[in-house]
Ligand binder design. Structure first.
Ligand code: ZN
Length: 159
């Protein structure tokens, strides 16, 4: 048994320790524990099992609701939705290019640019694609009739 789980007498935090050593230091409060005088709650020969055992011992002490800090779900970071098809990619690239060129663009600019980028596209489809990009928050209507891409390099000036 080379590794064990000990519990800090000061702050009750469980931690893994190398039992071949004389002491171990609590990561939370810094208390130094003498390994020959503290209870070893669990032990293993395999270092890679230690973190699991630490979690088990901590649950034993603190109850089932305890979650180790590193396993708590992190707050989801807000980021623009990512295009996930080739066509979306093309639509977004077009919007980004127009934004970089002129700051904002109109329905008609988008249609003209799409005509150059796609096999065939109608004005109706172009409007539909623009509405789609807006719905996915990839494009915003900055002023009535003027659009701006908000993703992938086209840094919005004001949001
Ligand atoms: Zn401690």
């Amino acid at each position: 048994m080379s590794y064990g789980v000990v519990v800090c007498p000061a702050c009750r935090r469980a931690k893994g320790a190398d039992l071949a050593r004389a002491t171990t230091k609590c990561l939370d409060c810094g208390k130094v524990m003498q390994l020959d005088s503290v209870k070893v709650w669990a032990s293993t020969d395999h270092a890679d099992e230690l973190s699991t055992l630490v979690g088990q011992v901590h649950t034993q002490i603190h109850g089932e609701t305890y979650e180790p800090p590193e396993e708590r779900p992190r707050p989801a970071k807000k980021k623009p939705a990512h295009p996930n098809s080739k066509r979306e990619r093309l639509l977004l690239d077009t919007a980004v290019r127009l934004t970089l060129e002129g700051g904002t663009f109109k329905h008609s600019d988008f249609f003209e640019a799409l005509k150059g980028a796609m096999e065939k596209v109608t004005e109706e489809e172009s409007d539909k694609y623009l509405a789609f990009l807006q719905a996915r928050c990839l494009v915003i209507e900055k002023r009535p009739g003027e659009f701006q891409a908000v993703s992938e390099g086209a840094a919005p000036e004001e949001l």
